[in-house]
Write a protein that binds this ligand. Structure first.
Ligand code: FAD
Length: 418
């Protein structure tokens, strides 16, 4: 039976769900409060997002305003760079992704939704609750100009960091351990002499930074411990510029960086709702939870679980709401593990230890095996694969400790802790 579904928020998660639901014959009313910002974070994609862009039928258009991304390059220090090419995984996903103009990406998604028959209402939605059920406010129903004359059958919160439903229902949340500040700006195009198209990341002092090549400009962001950041100045401009130009591992790369436009600040973004479904509602995208920018997984994770939620509304009912929540939570935990080993120094200590041994027979065999699985995890291909995840945990956990204990390597994970 076709249902009437209201979605709050016309970002990537809301539009993905809206498009897929309307294709299944449901009536979809998408409320979208315009975001006044000219710059948006969320510009770098991972390969696991490609099948979703293809399913939505937008990949060719995305390509027009994006830079082809073949992998990721991480500078552990000024001289040591680790490159992961997306071609090194298991072979079930495209071996590329894109770095995109987020404004154009969001506009394209919204335009596609409209063309497919989603009713887009350009206004802010307001809700109220009765126990665990949620309803659109009378003024919000009126704003649809007759599209809705009564309450919809189901309401989805895709409002991003506004998290309107979680706040209304006072849903319990889990906060991440990192209390970093992320400062972000566009700068004049930088030369990417090495691995053009890759996202470039640099480990730095109590934090890290990204460089993302975009058409005609470069996106630069720094993600740094709050107290550390305060040492670099009072204003956002001072902190951003000084950190890039003074932090020892960054200095050589950002000598004459020139910002274009303003700086955006994000903080306390590691937050997830412990419950993302209810009697007549569900949460998707950042409204359900956001972990960390480090592996560029935000768009993929938001859009993937928007597409999973659409399956709950299949005629065959191929997924229950409970399955949807369980799958989301399981995958979220895998990403959490990956984020943990980035910040606690274990991922790159493992890389250094492995690099020392790649020439030997055993090192070569184990090394190639691990690289394949690790690459597949970070592209999103094997993030739900038990064996790959166990291998990652083992090699960056007990194996690393055992080899240090038996003096088979000399690295201290603390040296690369951020
Ligand atoms: C520092 C940082 C860097 C990041 N970098 C990356 C990256 O490189 N790659 C990546 O994939 N992800 C990245 N992300 C994450 C990514 O930006 C988000 O995961 C993604 O934007 C989530 O999409 P969404 O649709 O859930 O929410 P949003 O994109 O926030 O969209 C929500 C929409 O809802 C609208 N809205 C809000 N309230 C209402 C209301 N009451 N009524 C109507 N409309 C409303 C808003 O105006 C907005 O348009 C980064 C995040 C951070 C914090």
């Amino acid at each position: 039976m076709p249902k009437t579904i209201s979605i709050i928020g016309g970002g990537p998660s809301g539009c993905t769900l809206a498009i897929l639901l309307v294709r299944k014959g449901h009536k979809v009313i998408l409320f979208n409060e315009k975001n006044p910002s000219e710059i948006f974070v969320g510009e770098s994609m991972i390969p696991a997002l490609m099948p979703i862009l293809q399913e939505l039928g937008i990949e060719d258009k995305v390509k027009e305003f994006s830079v082809y991304k073949p992998g990721a390059s991480v500078w552990i220090d000024e001289k040591t760079m680790a490159e992961a090419s997306f071609g090194g995984g298991m072979g079930t996903l495209p071996t590329y992704a894109y770095n995109t103009n987020r404004k154009k990406f969001d506009e394209l998604l919204l335009e596609t939704a409209k063309n497919e028959g989603v009713h887009v209402v350009d206004s802010k939605a307001e809700l109220y609750r009765e126990n665990d059920k949620v309803f659109l406010a009378e003024t919000t129903i009126l704003a649809t100009k007759g599209l809705l004359t009564k309450q919809p059958d189901f309401i989805v919160d895709a409002s991003g960091r506004k998290r309107i439903l979680s706040n209304l229902l006072k849903l319990p949340t889990t906060k991440g351990q990192r209390m970093d500040t992320a400062l972000f700006a566009h700068v004049e195009e930088r030369e990417f002499s090495e691995n053009y198209g890759d996202i470039h990341m640099h480990l730095a002092t109590k934090g890290w930074c990204w460089r993302i090549p975009l058409p005609g400009k470069t996106s630069v962001g720094v993600v740094v411990n709050k107290e550390e950041m305060a040492k670099y100045g009072n204003s956002l401009e001072e902190q951003f510029d000084n950190y890039l130009q003074q932090a020892p591992k960054l200095k050589p790369f950002f000598k004459d960086v020139k910002r274009i436009g303003g700086i955006q600040k994000y903080s306390n973004y590691q937050l997830q709702s412990n419950r993302i479904i209810g009697e007549n509602w569900a949460l998707i995208g950042d409204a359900a939870g956001f972990l960390d920018p480090v592996f560029s997984s935000g768009l993929y994770f938001s859009m993937k679980y928007a597409s999973e939620l659409a399956k709950v509304f299949d005629e065959e009912g191929s997924l229950t709401l409970k399955d949807f929540q369980e799958n989301w939570s399981k995958e979220l935990n895998s990403w959490k593990k990956m984020i943990e080993i980035w910040y606690n120094g274990r991922l790159f200590t493992n890389y250094k230890m492995g690099s020392d041994r790649l020439d030997g027979f055993i090192g070569k065999k184990i090394g190639q095996h691990a690289i394949k699985h690790f690459t597949a995890i970070f592209t999103g291909e094997a993030v739900n694969d038990k064996y790959s995840m166990r291998l990652l945990k083992f090699m960056t956990g007990p194996l690393l400790d055992f080899m240090r204990f038996t003096r088979m390597h000399r690295y201290d994970v603390k040296d690369l802790e951020l």
